[in-house]
Design a protein around this ligand. Structure first.
Ligand code: ZN
Ligand code: ZN
Length: 163
């Protein structure tokens, strides 16, 4: 039997069966702020903390509701956290969620979204990264957040269907 993590299966929207480490995320955000020469403000800290406790992807409305600032400011906070590598944005669903993987800079992330249960898994591929970069380069496009979103059926759902 596969070992189960603490949080696995607690919530149908639970992603990637990960155990979020808020400290790891905060360290990453602090380092990013330092490298940019900007402060890690209490507001940035608050925005990040949302993801540490949510343990599920958050919609923009949920985030705005909880930190209660103007949406423009929310966008900026999220952009900072995205750049810091603390969170990802799933454009097709307008969802934001924490990432504990340490992606190397410019590495493309592939999100696999299950149409049945909504689970999101992420993976990376050097081939995809190179392909995306190459394709963008031919158009003179500067890639900021190289991501690919793929819809389908997760292994769990596929197994359930087979029974
Ligand atoms: Zn990630
Ligand atoms: Zn599924």
């Amino acid at each position: 039997m596969r070992p189960r993590t603490q949080r696995e299966g607690r919530n149908p929207r639970d992603m990637m069966a990960r155990t979020l480490d808020s400290e790891v995320l905060e360290t990453r955000a602090r380092l990013h702020a330092a490298s940019k020469g900007v402060p890690f403000t209490p507001m940035r800290q608050r925005a990040l903390a949302l993801f540490g406790t949510a343990n599920k992807p958050l919609t923009l409305s949920e985030i705005t509701e909880q930190i209660n600032v103007h949406r423009v400011q929310v966008y900026r906070l999220l952009e900072f956290l995205q750049e810091a590598g603390c969170i990802h944005r799933l454009a097709s669903r307008s969802l934001y969620f924490a990432c504990e993987h340490l992606h190397s800079e410019g590495e493309a992330v592939v999100f696999m979204i299950c149409n049945k249960c909504g689970a999101i898994q992420e993976t990376t591929s050097g081939l995809v990264t190179r392909g995306l970069r190459g394709a963008a380069r031919t158009r003179g496009f500067r890639v900021k957040h190289p991501t690919v979103e793929v819809e389908g059926e997760c292994a769990k759902c596929a197994a359930g269907r087979a029974v």
